[in-house]
Design a protein around this ligand. Structure first.
Ligand SMILES: Cc1cc2nc3c(=O)[nH]c(=O)nc-3n(C[C@H](O)[C@H](O)[C@H](O)COP(=O)(O)OP(=O)(O)OC[C@H]3O[C@@H](n4cnc5c(N)ncnc54)[C@H](O)[C@@H]3O)c2cc1C
Length: 453
């Protein structure tokens, strides 16, 4: 029997009362979940309504937690889809292996990583998650389990990256890990005083560094627009480590020590507190050590559990877009201007230059261009700002990341993702009765039944 509970994504916006089922492979192959429509859910780190289902079923995949095989020669790990990157790091880093692609938090499952085709700081070199997956198994709506790879059911394979859990339940996957000498990163920070300076620095340094990401002062305007800090890094070798780290080059971290205990009052966030935070972040990033552990380099936000509660009861959204390189400087300037001139309170953000995207995945987000992600607490008028930004992003030939979205409308979605029709063919073939659906799929009308095209 399901339990009925109100759940949300990481942004705590929107919320939906959903029927929660603990999914188990052995008992549940026939998907006998009453008459509910269903959506799988990993660790709920998507920001919006991807893994919630108003008055319908949500399949919690925490029981899909077994490691199935590891090949030391190739670095290919086969595991169930509810295994998280945090668990993979914890078990495999001491043996000299690390995920090929890691987002800004390690608390994501392999199934969630595939369903959003996640990207990390190394996208310009390593691509998105699809590039490290060799195959996976999926439980389809008709109860059958099929394998998807580049050669077997390739349409299911490509469409599942960015497929938002809407084609079936990924049960297990084989992913390639990276051989490492240490769990540390050699890194450099470059302070930049304008957008041109930032984008020039990215062009200058991206070839030398596997990982690159910038933080932008969200309150800087005029000639200072785009001022911030670019952080660059590579996996450190043993010889890069100073003596204080060299006794334990493959150190793994402990669980977080700090937590935000409850939702803070929304008034805590205003332009003054953002200014203080921005000054602090600038100092922190520009002074950081030249060698840092993966926790500091990749996952600084994981140090505080439930930091999302800091945005208050109404929650927050993260708006992430990518625009092509052509006219990229002009267009990203115009989008940043729109954000800093708005009456909303922009908060944590990152800017990055993506490398080439995987064109075979119809709903994958990244393509070659500039991407910018920024948090906004949910306040009156926020939807007007996102609407304006959506229009500009479409005009500039860009798109927003569905894994973080909570506000896009269905028409704009179709303009942003013109290969949607290819994806819909896979949906028709593998889930013709639309068993797998979510709040997001209904909002964006990305399913067979509500598609009018
Ligand atoms: C602090 C923070 C930083 C982040 N940084 C980045 C970043 O740098 N880059 C990036 O790309 N993303 C980033 N994200 C977003 C995050 O990586 C993705 O949303 C990821 O998909 C979340 O995984 P999850 O296991 O929590 O999945 P959930 O959020 O629970 O679900 C995400 C989607 O996956 C589907 N899904 C889950 N399990 C399965 C399964 N077994 N089979 C089929 N579908 C499934 C769900 O239906 C849903 O559509 C960040 C999130 C946070 C909170």
């Amino acid at each position: 029997m399901p339990t009925s509970n109100t759940i949300s994504g990481w942004g705590n916006f929107p919320k939906a009362k959903s029927n929660l089922y603990n999914f188990r492979i052995e008992n549940d192959l026939l998907l006998s979940y009453s008459d509910d429509y269903l959506i799988p859910r990993g660790l709920g780190r998507s920001y919006g309504d991807q893994a919630i289902n108003l008055n319908q079923g949500v399949l919690l995949t925490q029981n899909l937690n077994r490691l199935l095989d590891f090949d030391e020669e190739t670095g290919i790990l086969t595991c169930e889809a509810g295994v998280s990157l945090a668990e993979i790091i914890h078990i495999f880093s001491p043996r000299g292996w690390f995920p090929m692609i890691a987002p800004g938090t390690k608390y994501v499952t392999v199934g969630g990583a595939i369903a959003n085709d996640i990207h990390g700081k190394g996208h310009h070199i390593d691509g998105s998650f699809v590039s490290c997956v060799t195959e996976f198994t999926v439980l389809l709506a008709d109860g059958s389990v099929v394998t998807a790879s580049r050669s077997e059911n390739p349409d299911l394979f490509w469409s599942s990256f960015g497929g938002l859990g809407l084609l079936g339940i990924i049960l297990s996957a084989s992913i390639r890990l990276r051989k490492i000498e240490t769990t540390f990163f050699s890194h450099q920070s470059v302070r930049v005083n304008s957008l041109d300076h930032l984008l020039d620095s990215i062009d200058e340094f991206d070839k030398e560094y596997n990982y690159s990401v910038a933080w932008v002062d969200s309150l800087a305007r005029g000639s200072k627009l785009g001022k911030g800090v670019l952080t660059l890094g590579n996996h450190a070798s043993k010889t890069d480590l100073a003596t204080d780290f060299s006794h334990n080059p493959l150190k793994v971290s402990e669980p977080p020590k700090f937590a935000v205990p409850f939702e803070l009052p929304a008034a805590t966030l205003n332009k003054v507190s953002v200014k203080i935070l921005n000054t602090f972040l600038e100092l922190l990033q520009s002074r950081s050590k030249s060698v840092a552990h993966y926790e500091e380099f990749f996952f600084p936000l994981d140090k505080v559990s439930n930091w999302n509660r800091g945005y208050g009861k109404k929650g927050f959204i993260q708006y992430q877009f990518v625009v092509p390189l052509e006219n990229g400087r002009k267009n990203i300037r115009s989008l940043l201007q729109e954000i800093v001139n708005s009456d909303q309170t922009p908060f944590l953000n990152v800017l990055k230059k993506f490398g080439k995207g995987e064109e075979k995945c119809p709903l994958s987000f990244p393509f070659e261009g500039y991407t910018f992600a920024i948090d906004f607490p949910v306040r009156k008028g926020l939807n007007l700002l996102t609407k304006k930004l959506d229009e500009l992003v479409v005009d500039y030939g860009g798109r927003i990341y569905l894994g973080k979205d909570a506000m896009l409308d269905s028409n704009t979605f179709r303009q942003m993702y013109p290969k949607y029709h290819t994806w819909l063919e896979a949906k028709r073939k593998y889930d013709p009765a639309n068993l797998f659906s979510s709040n997001l799929s209904r909002r964006l009308k990305i399913d067979y039944c509500s598609s009018n095209s």
